[in-house]
Design a protein around this ligand. Structure first.
Ligand code: FAD
Length: 397
């Protein structure tokens, strides 16, 4: 054995890291700790809400990691970390020792950042910002809603998981309404004054769902300060109340709680990392990837988590072999579906600048053109499906 690696979290970052460490050196013993036997992806969970993907189509298991790559997969929670002794305490009572630890725990909600929005409230007014049971609650509520009802979404403040995600969700809910409940309306209350791909979304909404979606930003009293989940009512900063038929509250976020236990978070609630390796700036031998990290200008996306996982895997395999880490670069594309045949995207390549910080490579990315015609939007929608299949294949097989 050339070293022992424990990976916490079997999502986009963790599953990819486990696989790529084994691909680079099969003699490294890799244990993946993930409570769920099936991982449901947030990517395409909006398509499930829109009625264009089945729930089971966004679920992925760990057979390939186990059977093809020889990763030991343990379905339990990591409960505590001793960074000095290099040990992980699991909820099933066992302790794992590591030479290198990878953490990709994703996000947790900041409960009560909006008054009245806590874990119990999320059962009534789901966030659906972790895919699985939450997504299904939201879907059932949309299905039970009468034609002519109002879907209210409370959008999150920066930084949060998937910058275009709320607006893709509004689009997919609009698609569902157009097909099934055409008199219904959508209100997005936003604590920001601008959002990702805003011009492209607004154009798409005007074309596909004229008059159905209203977006209210910060300057127009878009910030919600109180939620009454039982009544599905929200109150804004300046006292306006909105009553919803279905209420989707996406609160402020922070790194998954296990990152706190490891001592890798800072005052922001997120994890500062060394850009070259994604090793924690605060604790040696712990590599943190994905949404939990501070990696701006990279967004918190599944594609970024996957890209960072490969960089961390290469750095870990190199370090275990006494070599220095290769010079990294990263990729990201975020596709959003506005309609089933109407896709838009934003893409970027990143490398390190002379100070060693992550920067977007000039001229190497960009947005879908605002002047794109129907055939381009259709091609991007097809590419979104291909992207999903490819990245899930890459992470879970
Ligand atoms: P996750 O994928 O969430 O994985 C974290 C894993 O860690 C989970 O499986 C969890 O069970 C596990 N875990 C947590 N704590 C512990 C613990 N203590 N012990 C063991 N395991 C633990 N990204 C894109 O690139 N493209 C998209 O189109 C896209 N669409 C999205 C749409 C929506 C609606 C949302 C909400 C997000 C979307 N994203 C998209 C973002 C994407 O889902 C995240 O960026 C991605 O999941 C981050 O990967 P991660 O590994 O950091 O976290």
């Amino acid at each position: 054995v050339d070293g022992r690696v424990v990976v916490i979290g079997g999502g986009f970052g963790g599953a990819t890291a486990a696989k790529y460490i084994k691909r680079a050196n099969p003699n490294v013993a890799v244990t993946l700790v993930e409570p769920n036997a099936t991982f449901y992806t947030c990517p395409f969970s909006n398509l499930y809400l829109g009625g264009i993907r089945e729930f089971e189509e966004i679920g992925h298991g760990y057979d390939e990691l186990r059977n093809v790559y020889g990763v030991e997969v343990v379905h339990t929670l990591a409960e505590d970390i001793d960074p000095v002794a290099h040990r992980v305490q699991l909820a099933n009572g066992t302790t794992l020792e590591y030479d290198k630890l990878v953490m990709s725990p994703g996000i947790d909600m900041r409960w009560n950042a909006i008054e009245g929005y806590d874990e119990a409230a999320a059962e009534l007014a789901p966030h659906a910002w972790k895919a699985g049971a939450q997504t299904q609650i939201l879907k059932r509520q949309l299905e039970a809603m009468p034609n002519g009802g109002l879907f209210v979404m409370v959008a999150p403040p920066n930084p949060y998981r998937c910058p275009p995600g709320p607006y893709e969700r509004a689009s997919m809910v609009a698609h569902y309404f157009k097909e099934n409940k055409p008199d219904s309306k959508i209100l997005i209350l936003d604590p920001k004054d601008a959002f990702s791909k805003q011009g492209l979304f607004t154009d798409g909404w005007n074309q596909l769902y004229p008059g159905m979606i209203e977006w209210v930003g910060l300057s127009n009293d878009g910030r919600v300060v109180r939620v009454d989940a039982a009544r599905r009512e929200v109150e804004t900063e300046f006292g306006t109340r909105h009553q919803a038929s279905v209420l989707n509250v996406i609160p402020a976020q922070k790194a998954g709680w296990i990152a706190d236990r490891a001592g890798v978070t800072d005052a922001s609630g997120w994890v500062p990392v060394q850009a070259r390796t994604f090793e924690s700036q605060q604790v040696p031998d712990i590599y943190v990837i994905g949404d939990a990290t501070v990696a701006a200008p990279m967004p918190k996306s599944g594609f970024c988590a996957n890209s960072q996982a490969k960089v961390a895997a290469a750095a870990i395999v190199s370090a275990l072999d006494g070599r220095s880490a290769p010079n990294p670069y990263f990729t990201n594309t975020c596709y959003s579906l506005i309609g089933p045949e109407y896709g838009v995207s934003v893409a970027a390549i990143y490398n390190l600048n002379t100070e060693g910080n992550i920067q977007a490579v000039a001229g190497a990315g960009g947005l879908s053109p605002s002047t794109g015609d129907a055939s381009l939007r259709r091609a991007e929608a097809m590419n979104a499906h291909r992207w999903y299949d490819a990245i899930c294949q890459d992470a879970w097989g």
